[in-house]
Design a protein around this ligand. Structure first.
Ligand SMILES: Nc1nc2c(ncn2[C@@H]2O[C@H](COP(=O)(O)OP(=O)(O)OP(=O)(O)O)[C@@H](O)[C@H]2O)c(=O)[nH]1
Ligand SMILES: [Mg+2]
Length: 316
């Protein structure tokens, strides 16, 4: 809470490794003493997310804000691979000691992006960061998870990308509170901006219509307007932020619970007919509904009594 970076880095590592010590420390910090404006940045590979975060971070640093950055690496599990490219592109921002950058591996199970990132956000807030930015590759599930992590979501498109409509269908557009068409120096940028604008949902009950902004992140052109939109959305969400956060954390707890239940269930699977029933399904002897019904009933029995009911063999 004094802002020591090494402690923060260590705590995030513990959380990332799902170490009980890390979770204990996290519960001591909860709820964070200081609340940050959490900005999620998503978009296709190479759209300029890191460059945008770098530019926005520098801009915020100039206003004496403290910034934390979490980059979610989609390509590798913990300890593998590197974010060297991202690190290099974010170097400018990293030079300042007011900024803290952390990369995390994306997990392969549900709740992947969120699992450690929620903890990391709490650590960064406790450190006193005013802004926390999360970079996440726009890939279905991780976008939805970003929704449960961030106060403001910035979606990044580029004119280079051929089939924008596909992305819109995939929901990238819907989750954006601010939509950026980056690489405005490329041909057709304004056409793409106008095309996207036509698709942006009206404000409706949300009370907020996502602005569609042109940006050239590598030159910082348009970054002022982006910063203004981020601030405006921050104000917009401010009034019921605590409620929203609480809602999001409750939802996250449910995601974790699903994971936990599945984990415990798998651990018990040798005591149930799980393997056998799946084999029966595989060979076409049992239908999937009956298989799940059978396994579910067994599991319920284990939960109640700690013992397995008499198994029913499908050939009987
Ligand atoms: N022409 C042009 N290039 C840009 C702009 N912004 C970023 N780039 C370049 O686009 C490339 C990708 O930028 P990144 O910021 O790494 O993109 P990213 O979305 O973080 O990429 P991944 O994390 O790999 O998905 C880099 O070579 C940047 O220099 C821009 O406004 N115009
Ligand atoms: Mg990147």
């Amino acid at each position: 809470m004094k802002g020591d970076e090494r402690s923060a880095a260590r705590l995030i590592s513990l959380i990332e490794r799902e170490d009980p010590e890390g979770y204990r420390a996290l519960s001591d910090l909860w709820p964070p003493a200081h609340s940050a404006h959490v900005i999620g940045v998503t978009g296709t590979a190479g759209a300029g997310k890191s460059t945008l975060i770098n530019a926005l971070a520098n801009r915020l640093l100039k206003e004496d804000k403290k910034v934390g950055i979490v980059a979610i690496d989609p390509s590798c599990s913990v300890g593998e691979g590197s974010l060297l490219g991202d690190r290099l592109r974010m170097k400018e921002a990293e030079r300042s000691d007011a900024v803290f950058i952390r990369s995390m591996a994306q997990r392969k199970y549900p709740g992947g992006v969120c699992r450690a990132a929620t903890g990391a956000v709490c650590v960064l807030e406790s450190m006193g960061k005013d802004f926390v930015m999360i970079e996440s590759i726009g890939a279905g599930q991780s976008d939805k998870e970003l929704f449960y992590l961030a106060d403001t979501i910035v979606t990044v498109f580029t004119p280079e990308f051929g089939d924008e409509i596909q992305l819109m269908k995939a929901g990238l557009l819907e989750i954006g509170d601010i939509i950026v068409v980056n690489k405005s120096d490329k041909q057709g940028a304004d056409d793409v901006r106008r095309a996207i604008e036509a698709y942006v949902p009206e404000a409706k009950e949300k009370g907020w219509k996502a602005p569609v902004l042109l940006l050239q992140a590598d030159r910082g052109a348009g970054i002022d307007e982006l910063a203004r939109s981020v601030a405006a959305h921050g104000e917009f969400t401010q009034h019921d932020k605590t409620v929203k956060r609480g809602e999001k954390h409750a939802h996250f707890a449910l995601t974790l619970l699903k994971e936990e239940v599945w984990k415990r269930f798998s651990e018990q699977s040798s005591r149930t007919s799980l393997g056998g029933a799946l084999e029966e399904v595989r060979h076409g002897r049992l239908d999937p509904y009956s298989a799940v019904g059978q396994i579910g009933a067994e599991f319920e029995h284990i939960m109640r009594s700690g013992s397995v009911p008499g198994r029913v063999r499908s050939d009987e």
